[in-house]
Design a protein around this ligand. Structure first.
Ligand SMILES: Nc1ncnc2c1ncn2[C@@H]1O[C@H](COP(=O)(O)OP(=O)(O)O)[C@@H](O)[C@H]1O
Ligand SMILES: [Mg+2]
Length: 139
């Protein structure tokens, strides 16, 4: 499903995330790459809201808190590997629990640690594209 879109505001990015959510079924890993401020957390707000797991406002950056979990019956996990500098740090994330049952797992800075998982993966690259524009590529 290779595709590329340009969004021109954070609202356009969250709206696209809501659309993407319709195509996601657990188990799936959504791997987000892109510089700081490229919109990974903003996109996640749209995905989580689109899945009906939480409202956009409830979704915040897990940079310091490691792993956020949303939803009741079916879980949506949101983690950020930005500050993960060692394999030991990576292990302390407790991601094994995340993979215990089919879930939707959204990872920011996913390229920092390659995950060994047989779950289907959706790779999304986000890039600054001048001002409030962002290029979102589904790889
Ligand atoms: N088109 C856009 N898409 C996403 N975010 C945008 C866009 N235009 C401006 N922004 C702003 O850029 C910032 C993106 O931050 P964030 O989503 O936390 O990025 P990341 O998680 O990649 O570091 C937010 O302040 C957001 O409001
Ligand atoms: Mg972020």
């Amino acid at each position: 499903m290779a595709e590329e879109i340009i969004t021109r505001s954070s609202e356009e990015t969250t709206n696209w995330g809501r659309e993407l959510a319709k195509r996601l079924t657990a188990p799936v890993l959504v791997l987000l790459t892109g510089d700081l401020g490229s919109g990974k957390t903003t996109l996640t707000k749209g995905i989580v809201a689109g899945l009906g797991a939480a409202s956009e406002n409830e979704v915040t950056s897990p940079t310091f808190t490691l792993v956020h979990v949303y939803g009741k019956a079916s879980k949506v996990y949101h983690a950020d590997l930005y500050r993960i500098d060692s394999f030991h740090d990576f292990e302390t994330l407790g991601l094994e629990d995340v993979f215990a049952k089919p879930a939707i797992v959204i990872l920011e800075w996913s390229e920092r640690f390659p995950l060994q998982s047989s779950w289907p993966k959706v790779h999304i690259r986000m890039e600054h594209h001048g001002g409030d524009s962002r290029r979102i590529s589904v790889l």
